[in-house]
Design a protein around this ligand. Structure first.
Ligand code: UD1
Length: 417
C-alpha cells in the first residue's frame, strides 16, 4: 500500500514520452491467443494491469516474455479455457478473454470481472452480442459458461457503443463462419488498434473507427509483430499537470488526433498548444480560465478517463464550469478528496459544478480509483504545501512509475511506504 508525497508549487518543464496504451495492449494481449503461434507486441507499458493479463495468459498455457518494451506471446500451448476467480477479479479487462477463448477453444468458463469502482459495470451488452453469434451462455452462481461450437456471423446492434462489448464481439467473430456486422460500435482509437493487430495476423476486419465494423470470418491466423498506439489518457494526464503548474511540457509519442477533445478544452483555458506528427507542446503562464462546459461522451467526445484530471485543473480556474459525466454513474467520488484540498465542487448525480478557487492546499487524500487518483496527483502538484495521496496501487494500474516521470520534469513527488 504505497503513497505519493507531493510538495506542490513546482512548475513542470521539459519533455515526457508516452508508452503504448493500456486500453490497447490489454485487448491485444487477449487477442494474441487467437493465433496458435507467436505474437510480438512493441511499445508495451509496464503496468500492473498488463502484468495481471500476462498472469492469466500464462495460466491458460501461453508462454509470455516481457523484455524491454516488447511482449512476446507464444500461444501454441493454450489448452485451458477456465480462468479462476482470483485472476478474473484483478481487473475488468479479464473479460476480453471471454471472446478470445471462445474463438480459440470454442469454450470459456470464468467469473464476473473486477475493476475500478466508478459505478455499475455490467456485461450484458457483451453477452447479448456473443449470443447473437450462436454462443451458448449460462450464468450461474457468479460464473459464466460459454460454448461456441457452431459460431456463425450475424448482425449485432449495440444498444450503447460499449468499448469492451465491441472488442469482445470482434474477438469472438474473427473465426466465426460468415460475416459479422457490429452496428453502433464504439469508435475509440483502441478499437482501431485491435482491428489492425488482428488484421496483421490474418483476420479480415474493416470499419473500426466508424460505428459499423465488418468481420469476415477466417479459418486460420498467423504469427505477427505489431506496435501498440500511444496512450492518449497518459498523455492527457501530463498535459493537465502542465496546466495546473503553469508549466511548459512537450509530450512525445502523443497523437493530437486522439487528443483533440481534451486539447480543445485546454485551449479554452487559455494555454498555448503546438502539435507535430508525434508530439504535443503545451505552455501555460497564467491561471487557467473556466470553460463553457465539459460533457463526457463516447469517442470522439470528451473521454470519461480524462474527466477527473480536467476537474483538478478547473478547480483552480478563474470562473465556474459545469462538468457532466454521461458514461459512468459514480465517477465523481474523487471530488470529495479535492474538496479536502480546498476545491469548491458541488456534485448532484452525474453533474458537478466547479467554482474555481485561487489555490488548492496540500492535504492527506485517498486515491479510490485509477483516474481519480491521477487527478489527486495533479491537484497535489498545483497545490500549496504537502499532499499525501494514499493507495498508490490504483494509480499504478494505468501509469508506469508516474512519480519518476513527473520528477524528471521538475515535480517534487516521491513514493513512500
Ligand atoms: C473502456 C475502457 C475504460 C473507459 C471506458 C469508457 C478499456 C480496458 N477500458 O471500459 O478505461 O473508461 O471504456 O470509455 O478499454 N455498459 C453496460 N453493459 C455492458 C457494457 C457496458 O451497461 O455490457 C455500460 C457501462 O456500465 C458504462 C458504459 O456502458 O456505463 C461504458 O462502458 P464501456 O464502454 O463498456 O467501458 P469499458 O469497456 O468497461
Amino acid at each position: 500500500m504505497g503513497k505519493f508525497k507531493i510538495n506542490g508549487g513546482n512548475r513542470l518543464y521539459g519533455e515526457l514520452k508516452v508508452n503504448g496504451a493500456k486500453n490497447s495492449v490489454l485487448p491485444i494481449l487477449a487477442a494474441s491467443i487467437l493465433n496458435e503461434g507467436i505474437s510480438v507486441m512493441h511499445g508495451c507499458p509496464k503496468l500492473k494491469d498488463v502484468y495481471s493479463m500476462i498472469e492469466i495468459l500464462e495460466h491458460l498455457g501461453a508462454n509470455v516474455t516481457f523484455k524491454g518494451r516488447d511482449i512476446i506471446v507464444d500461444a501454441r500451448n493454450v489448452k485451458d479455457s477456465e480462468i479462476p476467480d482470483n485472476l478474473m477479479r484483478t481487473m475488468r479487462s479479464s473479460i476480453f478473454l471471454m471472446g478470445a477463448l471462445i474463438s480459440r477453444n470454442k469454450k470459456a468458463l470464468m467469473s464476473f470481472p473486477g475493476g475500478c469502482d466508478i459505478g455499475h459495470r455490467p456485461i450484458d451488452l457483451h453477452l447479448k452480442g456473443l449470443r447473437r453469434l450462436g454462443i451458448k451462455i449460462e450464468e450461474s452462481y457468479g460464473y459464466i459458461k460459454c460454448e461456441g461450437w457452431k459460431m456463425k456471423g450475424n448482425e449485432i446492434h449495440l444498444d450503447f457503443p460499449s468499448v469492451g462489448a465491441t472488442e469482445n464481439i470482434m474477438l469472438a467473430a474473427v473465426k466465426a463462419e460468415g460475416v459479422t456486422i457490429i452496428r453502433n460500435a464504439a469508435k475509440e482509437p483502441e478499437i482501431e488498434d485491435l482491428q489492425n493487430f488482428l488484421n496483421s495476423m490474418g483476420a479480415k476486419i474493416s470499419g473500426a473507427g466508424t460505428n459499423t465494423i465488418i468481420i469476415e470470418g477466417v479459418k486460420r491466423l498467423h504469427d505477427t509483430e505489431y506496435t501498440i498506439i500511444p496512450d492518449r489518457i497518459v498523455a492527457g494526464t501530463y498535459l493537465c499537470a502542465a496546466v495546473i503548474t503553469k508549466g511548459e511540457l512537450t509530450v512525445v509519442n502523443a497523437l493530437k488526433e486522439h487528443l483533440e477533445p481534451l486539447l480543445s478544452k485546454l485551449r479554452e483555458t487559455g494555454c498555448s498548444i503546438q502539435t507535430g506528427n508525434d508530439y504535443i507542446k503545451i505552455r501555460c503562464d497564467k491561471r487557467p480560465k473556466a470553460v463553457d462546459m465539459v460533457i463526457t461522451l463516447p469517442y470522439p467526445g470528451f473521454p470519461t478517463d480524462l474527466q477527473p484530471q480536467m476537474v483538478s485543473v478547473l478547480s483552480v480556474a478563474d470562473g465556474t464550469t459545469i462538468v457532466t459525466e454521461t458514461i459512468f454513474d459514480n465517477r465523481f467520488k474523487y471530488t470529495e478528496e479535492l474538496i479536502r484540498m480546498g476545491a469548491d465542487i458541488k456534485v448532484e448525480g452525474r453533474v458537478a459544478v466547479i467554482r474555481g478557487v485561487e489555490k488548492l492546499m496540500g492535504a492527506k487524500v485517498v486515491a479510490r480509483d485509477l483516474r481519480g487518483g491521477a487527478a489527486l496527483i495533479i491537484a497535489g502538484l498545483g497545490a500549496e504545501g504537502t499532499t499525501i495521496v494514499e493507495e498508490a496501487e490504483h494509480i499504478d494500474r494505468g501509469y508506469e512509475s508516474i512519480e519518476k516521470a513527473l520528477k524528471s520534469v521538475g515535480g517534487d513527488i516521491v513514493r513512500i511506504m
